[in-house]
Design a binder for this molecule. Structure first.
Ligand code: MN
Length: 146
């Protein structure tokens, strides 16, 4: 969708209606600290109406210079972003889930091998990259801040 027609009809020096942001994808992200059999952090970005998800075995980077393995996992519904609680013993992913960080983000670019985005969380803020690497099903990515 384009805002061209909307803008063409209005003189924004005369009307106080919003001019509108440039057509960037403003979306949400969440990091859920998941005390399953192995403690990990589930990093999720809303893309295409779902939460694309990666399991990060160590605490995600909050400053540049730290690269973390991020293993792609199954997509989750967007409503999962507010989930916190205890997954019962015997169920998939059993253990405690807490929101470690969340906020909005802007998608800067997206290719099969590389996603660049700007996070606006409490801990994770600034420009980040997810970079796909390796073979073995190609589920392995690196997550880092630039
Ligand atoms: Mn998990």
């Amino acid at each position: 969708m384009s805002l061209d027609e909307y803008r063409k009809k209005r003189n924004f020096s005369k009307t106080s209606e919003p001019k509108g942001e440039d057509a960037k994808d403003v979306s949400i992200f969440v990091v859920q600290r998941h005390r399953a059999r192995n403690l990990h952090y589930d990093f999720r970005l809303s893309i295409d109406g779902v939460l694309k998800s990666w399991a990060v075995p160590k605490e995600p980077p909050v400053s540049a210079g730290v690269k973390r393995l991020a293993v792609e996992t199954e997509e989750h519904p967007v409503s999962y972003a507010s989930f916190e609680g205890e997954i019962p013993e015997g169920e998939y992913g059993a253990g405690k889930v807490e929101i470690w960080d969340s906020g909005s983000y802007n998608l800067e670019s997206r290719k099969d091998e590389k996603i660049v985005f700007t996070l606006k969380g409490r801990k994770m803020r600034g420009k980040y990259v997810l970079l796909r690497f390796g073979k073995a099903g190609r589920r392995n990515w690196l997550l880092f801040k630039t």
